[in-house]
Design a protein around this ligand. Structure first.
Ligand code: TRP
Ligand code: ZN
Ligand code: CA
Length: 442
């Protein structure tokens, strides 16, 4: 149960001369230093099977072959590509919708697939353009990104992932006409919906035959997520420098949505320095078949496709299952608990949920105990595992009223989530009181 911060005046009411915050340091048990490492705040992503991604690419190739050699906006190969991707997502339990728009006198389609669940106010999106140019099948540009995003979505379904964020995948139409589909989507998203999109990840050309490993230099968290993934593989990356405005992340970026993405290179030539770190051919384009008829199933580097597909999944899992709760959250119990005179200890419980890892070294404990002779009272904080942290000792001659104080506890060796208790015992006869409220602030 998480409760709102109490109104300040409530804590200040009925204060006495002895109410000043007690310096808790000397009273507190010392935590074992670094006993537990904070666990990773996210779930680990599955490996995305390269064979599955390649199977989608061969379907895109076949679709183009059966429809005049391309999958371009306004051509039957485009709609057939939409139908293929939609069929896979519908079968996997996604909620899909096809958004129509008109461009250059032809109907275009965006496909949007929502994975049920997650926080509707924190939407993590990933997308790829599904259209090719009319010159060819567009297997690298952009069957590769489309297949990588599709197979990641299907992996979400296989895992029956319960992400913290709401996940939404999208395949855009008419990117090759100037990001028409993605701009249409963003422009038609009501501003209240727009503000819920916490990030958009774009994948346009991720399996170039002479690949580079470029990470968009945009939102720092997204960028770091991809860079960390590649650091784990020991594969160097470079910042993608030509991409701004050249793909479907641009309409999102233009309305202030954090964006990021991956790119394996297009018509530019790989430098010799790049060939040294990545292999491949210096002085040759990353994709010699960019926007041409040879962008077919053979225009794919399997290693780049494999790594980038895994990187997409890594980012969706890392950013979509992040349980980090901002610092400063409070958990309070305001139910009164009577403290028997010279009697047994009583407790009041606060249940902490939704946090990751351990409690902080500066866990704040606000205590509000009403008592007519506070020297009678001994107060401990009990961690979920039962470890006691002494907040206040008894002292026979402290005759002031009440214990209204804020203590700071080094609780860094305690797991944050669980039932924390305030334990209060009255150890001398005559005066009594009650726990009025208490609160933990992380
Ligand atoms: N579809 C994009 C285009 O035709 C491909 C591209 C080129 C790209 N350079 C890029 C995509 C940089 C992302 C980043 O322009
Ligand atoms: Zn493209
Ligand atoms: Ca007493």
């Amino acid at each position: 149960m998480r409760l709102a911060r109490p109104a300040l005046p409530r804590l200040l009411r009925r204060t006495t001369a002895g109410v000043a915050t007690l310096a808790a340091a000397g009273l507190l048990a010392t935590a074992a230093p670094g006993a537990l490492a904070a666990p990773s705040p996210t779930l680990a992503a599955p490996d995305i099977p390269l064979a599955n991604v390649k199977a989608h690419l061969s379907q895109f190739q076949s679709i183009a072959q059966a429809n005049g050699g391309n999958r371009a906006h306004g051509r039957p190969g485009y709609k057939a590509s939409i139908d293929y991707v939609k069929g896979k997502l519908d079968a996997a339990g996604f909620t899909t919708s096809v958004q129509q728009f008109t461009s250059s006198g032809a109907t275009g389609y965006n496909l949007v697939a929502d994975w049920p669940g997650g926080d509707p106010n924190k939407v993590l999106m990933a997308g790829a353009h599904l259209d090719s140019v009319s010159a060819g099948a567009g297997v690298n540009d952009n069957g590769s990104g489309s297949a990588g995003v599709l197979e990641t979505a299907l992996a979400v379904s296989r895992a029956q992932l319960k992400p913290t964020k709401h996940l939404r995948f999208a395949w855009w139409g008419a990117e090759e006409l100037g990001m028409v589909g993605s701009r249409y989507y963003v422009n038609n998203l009501p501003s209240t919906e727009r503000s819920k999109v916490s990030g958009y990840l774009n994948f346009d050309m991720i399996a170039s035959p002479n690949p580079g490993y470029f990470v968009y230099d945009d939102d720092p968290t997204i960028e770091k997520t991809f860079k960390d993934y590649y650091a784990g593989l020991n594969v160097p990356t470079e910042i993608e420098t030509e991409g701004d405005g050249r793909s479907d992340h641009a309409p999102f970026k233009n309305v202030g949505i954090p964006v990021g993405g991956l790119f394996s290179g297009a018509e530019r030539a790989k430098s010799s320095a790049q060939a040294q770190k990545w292999g491949g051919s210096a002085g040759q384009a990353f994709d010699r078949c960019y926007h041409s008829s040879c962008d077919s199933a053979s225009n794919i580097n399997d290693t780049a496709l494999d790594r980038n597909s895994d990187a997409i999944a890594h980012a969706i899992w890392a950013l979509g299952t992040d349980t980090t709760v901002p610092p400063g959250d409070s958990y309070e119990n305001t139910t009164d608990v009577a403290i028997p005179d010279n009697g047994a200890a009583v407790t009041s419980t606060v249940n902490v949920t939704g946090r990751t890892g351990n409690a902080p070294a500066t866990l704040k404990v606000d205590v509000d105990i009403r008592h007519t002779w506070r020297g009678d009272v001994v107060v401990d904080l009990l961690a979920p595992d039962g470890t006691a942290y002494r907040l206040k000792n008894s002292s026979g001659n402290d005759s002031a009223d009440n214990v209204i104080a804020t203590y700071t506890v080094d609780a860094s060796s305690e797991v944050a989530n669980g039932a924390w208790k305030l334990r209060v015992q009255d150890v001398a006869a005559q005066d009594t009181g009650y726990i009025n409220s208490w609160k933990l602030t992380f």
